[in-house]
Design a protein around this ligand. Structure first.
Ligand SMILES: Nc1ncnc2c1ncn2[C@@H]1O[C@H](COP(=O)(O)OP(=O)(O)OP(=O)(O)O)[C@@H](O)[C@H]1O
Length: 408
């Protein structure tokens, strides 16, 4: 049985980053909030890339810009550090008008991470990380020590320090990119599709570690992606942009899934949004008690205890081991039930977990009864898919999110 906690853990990991805010103080001083005030970008050829954008990226949180290709995500991001100058409107960093801060000064407090990491191929990893401190004439020994500490933080082994970028995998290079952006301890980080160039498995790892890192660092982050799943996973808030640089909706992931502002957002968020919204709903579905047998019980005992042909088998710590089926093919009732003859089933639901986790457990259980465990993995009871769906329907009726794409 797989414990469904991985997903649940990811969700709570992100929530932790937004609820227990670490103090976002750095050598650049203070907490940083980014505010777009009627910002427009019209390129010389007349293309309006960003149109009258007003939004706030709160301090210490991850704001994700998401939308289809060409909707102005990168342009919006680069206007924050003045790599692109707005044609109209103002971008504020706390109470500072960024248009009045010299770009070099501004960028010292803003880390920048891009796709493919943008590392210098002929410099070692360590030298890549300390590029900016070296340029600024900082103490080299201190910068190296900081770089080594950051390498550890982003999950890179110290032995990579003297390697060159081409000797690292794509995922490792992205970690170097993140370490380099963090070296000056900027309160603000701009990240432009930083995880897009790696395969899905590495990408998932990088996302998890990024959330963990952010829960420790509490930077103000603006993150660009074209991938709605990444936006929902990483964002404390998500700005959905439409072509022409128009803000279609700014909302928390849960709100976006439950109440898309218009058909464009609904279409972009996807047809399974109801199911995904369940990943944010932590309603408790009452569990039913269930007769279990212990590993080592006899087949006859298992058959007697079974309900609808299945009985749950637990170990001495009351931790579920799998389901025993009365039609398992063993005809000797005195034989012991061993793990080898159990159906391991699907995911386990955790008490107090999300409705999605609970529904997954019910749908993936061979007995049709989802197994619910407590935080320590001990068996608490079962729920059926029908019970979870009834709960979901009650939520939908109460208007707590859009109609779920789940049927009985
Ligand atoms: N220097 C430029 N001159 C003219 N038009 C530009 C320039 N840079 C970008 N654009 C246009 O502005 C619009 C927004 O581009 P931008 O790169 O910000 O979009 P994006 O949402 O980041 O796209 P993608 O996801 O494809 O990277 C696009 O129509 C693009 O073609």
């Amino acid at each position: 049985m797989r414990n469904g906690n991985a997903e649940h853990g990811a969700t709570t990991g992100r929530r932790r980053s937004s609820t227990s805010q670490p103090t976002n103080r750095s050598e650049h001083g203070g907490v940083r909030m980014i505010k777009f005030d009627s910002v427009t970008k019209r390129y010389p050829d007349g293309t309006v890339a960003v149109n009258d954008l007003s939004l706030t990226a709160p301090s210490g949180q991850i704001t994700v810009f998401v939308g289809p290709s060409g909707c102005g995500k990168t342009t919006s991001l680069r206007m924050i550090n003045r790599m692109i100058e707005p044609s109209g409107g103002t971008i504020w960093l706390d109470d500072q008008d960024t248009g009045k801060v010299p770009p070099a000064t501004l960028r010292r407090g803003i880390g920048y991470v891009i796709q493919h990491a943008g590392l210098f191929p002929h410099r070692t990893i360590l030298d890549n990380i300390i590029t900016v401190p070296s340029l600024l004439g900082h103490n080299k020994k201190q910068a190296r020590a900081k770089a080594m500490e950051l390498m550890e933080r982003v999950g890179l082994e110290a032995r990579f320090a003297e390697r060159y970028p081409a000797q690292l995998s794509g995922g490792q290079q992205q970690r170097v990119g993140v370490a380099r952006a963090l070296v000056a301890d900027p309160p603000v980080m701009l990240m432009d599709e930083p995880f897009s160039a790696v395969d899905p498995v590495v990408r998932e790892q990088l996302q998890q570690e990024f959330l963990r890192l952010q829960s420790e660092l509490g930077k103000t982050i603006v993150f660009v992606t074209h991938d709605i799943d990444e936006a929902i996973k990483l964002g404390d808030q998500v700005a959905v942009l439409n072509v022409g640089g128009v803000l279609a909706q700014l909302a928390s992931p849960a709100e976006l899934l439950s109440h898309p502002a218009n058909s464009f957002v609904a279409g972009f968020v996807g047809r399974d949004r109801g199911y995904r919204a369940l990943g944010f709903a932590t309603d408790t579905v009452p569990v039913r008690s269930e007769t279990t047998v212990a590993v080592g019980a006899t087949v006859a005992e298992g058959v007697r205890a079974a309900e609808d042909g299945w009985v749950l088998v637990v170990d001495s710590a009351n931790s579920p081991q799998g389901w025993f089926n009365v039609d398992h093919g063993v005809h000797d009732g005195s034989m012991q039930i061993t793990p080898a003859i159990l159906n391991l089933g699907g995911t386990l639901a955790t008490e107090g977990g999300t409705l999605r986790n609970t529904l997954d457990a019910a749908l993936s259980s061979p007995s049709g009864r989802g197994v619910v465990v407590d935080e320590d993995g001990r068996f608490r009871g079962t729920v059926t898919a029908a019970e979870v769906v009834a709960r979901i329907e009650a939520r939908a009726a109460a208007g707590r999110y859009g109609a779920p794409a789940v049927s009985g």
